[in-house]
Write a protein of this length. Structure first.
Length: 235
């Protein structure tokens, strides 16, 4: 098992954001986390990434306890995150943003080779390597955020709302890239507002409601479940 979470509780002050959340992410799988706004999806991602500290429960990565580790240590163990809203460095160039992603000790030795791979995957970034990142379109910035994550040599990538605010054509490209990365062997955790696309991509999926896991199953099974179709797909 790649990532294992057991009975995770996370609070913001007295408000409980996650309540006894348990899930498994097998090596090489795409696992989707779906649910309404405020269900706790981003809190879960942030807890895995070391940004939030759980009050109870455990997070294990490749049989190593990582609960409460600082985010830079989590990243250096091979867990990358493409955050909601992209969070690139707008005043830095495309190249400088990518170089920031390679500052992890695990990534430094292969920085040049990884940069070539990222430019091959995203030719637009190669064309605009010297351009200030803040002057690019939302879609280009999302590609940069993914590329920066890849520079860290992750084995698992967590995508938090990767299609948010993007044009439909760009959204299709983002999902094509996620499928391609999965085909190349990366494990993926996907939090995405487009529930139908998420479930079509996912090997397995979990449904979060009010901080609790209320359903789980294969992506295909949940896609055809009447409760999911009514609650999230409007069918």
């Amino acid at each position: 098992m790649s990532l294992s979470i057991e009975t995770l509780d996370v609070f913001y002050g007295d408000a409980q954001a996650l309540d006894s959340v348990s899930l498994q992410v097998p090596n090489g799988a795409i696992v989707a986390i779906v649910g309404a706004n405020g269900a706790g999806k981003s809190t879960l991602i942030r807890s895995i990434a070391g940004i939030e500290t759980p009050r109870r429960g455990s997070i294990r990565w490749r049989d190593q306890a990582i609960t409460g580790l600082p985010s830079y240590k989590v990243c250096n163990l091979g867990i990358g995150q493409v955050a909601e809203g992209r969070q690139i460095f707008p005043s830095l160039s495309v190249l400088e943003n990518l170089q920031m992603g390679a500052m992890l000790p695990r990534a430094r030795a292969k920085e040049k080779a990884t940069l070539d791979e990222v430019f091959s995957l995203f030719p637009r970034l190669a064309e605009r390597r010297d351009q200030s990142a803040g002057t690019m379109s939302g879609g280009e910035q999302q590609m940069l955020a993914i590329g920066r994550c890849l520079m860290g040599q992750p084995e698992l990538i967590m995508f938090d709302e990767p299609s948010l605010g993007l044009a439909p054509a760009v959204v299709q490209e983002v999902f094509r890239i996620i499928r391609l990365l999965h085909e190349r062997g990366l494990t993926v955790v996907l939090v995405e507002q487009n529930v139908a696309v998420s479930l079509k991509l996912a090997d397995h999926a979990y449904v979060l409601e009010n901080g609790r896991i209320v359903m789980q199953g294969s992506g295909a099974d949940l896609l055809h479940d009447d409760r999911i179709r009514q609650a999230y797909l409007g069918l």
